[in-house]
Design a protein around this ligand. Structure first.
Ligand code: ZN
Length: 279
């Protein structure tokens, strides 16, 4: 069942839990995530990030994601992750995406504010919810360094930003990073709580995979309602493929793809259990 970002985050708010948002740049990821969500009977967000354009162009994978969401037995939001150009966002809206993240965090505050307002106005015409980012993470999507280190989100600035833009969810910066963690992340979860209180909006954790279950739980208690999870799931797929190649003489690619899918499904399910508070 296809629903929009605002609706799915409201479901998370009612249950005081978080919805997992998983990038699905190929069919193995997509099947893995939807199977896991259906097995646990939890809502889920499937995302496409602009940086995955060489893996799967939005024009190709987007309609597949929307069709899969409509056919799913659980509520699914189809979301555009880290969109930096409004024309790219327009493409996603036309395909039927029900959530978008406009990411103007690399821009000066005023420009981020102006573009985010435009994104909100555009999305409204398509019954689509909008997430935006303020502050900046230590690394860009894809894992490469942003250069200057993290800029933690200021709660007062966040409150003004949310009020002025009319966004539906905010991604603050509080110590997570994209990609694979080289050291255990130190999160400022008190900041999450303050931002949640000041903005009154559902908050989003980027760089969510690789965070400990305890930190997920504390973050959710403090107002996180969407957790972006991808890198460690994708890594689990690679590990399964490597093990299979070491174990047996594989001829057909589809056998590797299936092994990867099953491993990613198990990894996604583990994450979803923590996000939904299922023991
Ligand atoms: Zn992100």
């Amino acid at each position: 069942m296809l629903i929009n970002l605002t609706e799915i985050l409201k479901m998370a708010e009612e249950k005081k839990c978080a919805v997992g948002a998983f990038n699905t740049p190929n069919l193995e990821n997509l099947t893995a995530v939807l199977n896991a969500a259906e097995r646990l009977n939890v809502p889920v967000i499937i995302s496409h990030a602009e940086l995955h354009e060489p893996v799967a162009p939005l024009a190709v994978i987007g309609p597949v994601m929307v069709a899969a969401a409509k056919a799913a037995k659980v509520p699914v939001c189809v979301h555009l992750d880290h969109c930096e150009t409004l024309s790219y966002m327009q493409q996603a809206l036309e395909i039927g995406f029900t959530g978008v993240m406009y990411d103007g965090s690399a821009l000066p505050y005023e420009e981020n504010l102006k573009n985010t307002k435009t994104a909100v106005a555009m999305a409204k015409n398509y019954n689509c919810g909008v997430e935006a980012e303020l502050g900046s993470l230590a690394s860009r999507e894809g894992g490469e360094s942003a250069g200057s280190g993290p800029v933690y989100t200021d709660p007062e600035e966040a409150a003004a930003f949310c009020r002025e833009t009319g966004i539906d969810a905010l991604a603050p910066s509080f110590g997570t990073a994209h990609g694979i963690y080289k050291a255990k992340p130190v999160l400022d979860l008190e900041r999450v709580k303050t931002i949640s209180e000041k903005t009154g909006l559902p908050l989003v954790m980027h760089g969510g995979s690789g965070v400990s279950p305890e930190d997920y739980r504390r973050g959710i208690a403090n107002g996180l309602r969407k957790i972006n999870y991808y890198s460690y799931m994708a890594k689990a797929g690679v590990t399964a493929v490597r093990e299979m190649l070491e174990r047996e003489d594989v001829t057909f690619f589809h056998d590797l793809a299936l092994a990867a899918q099953q491993a990613m499904e198990a990894d996604a399910e583990k994450a979803m259990r923590v996000f939904a508070g299922i023991i």
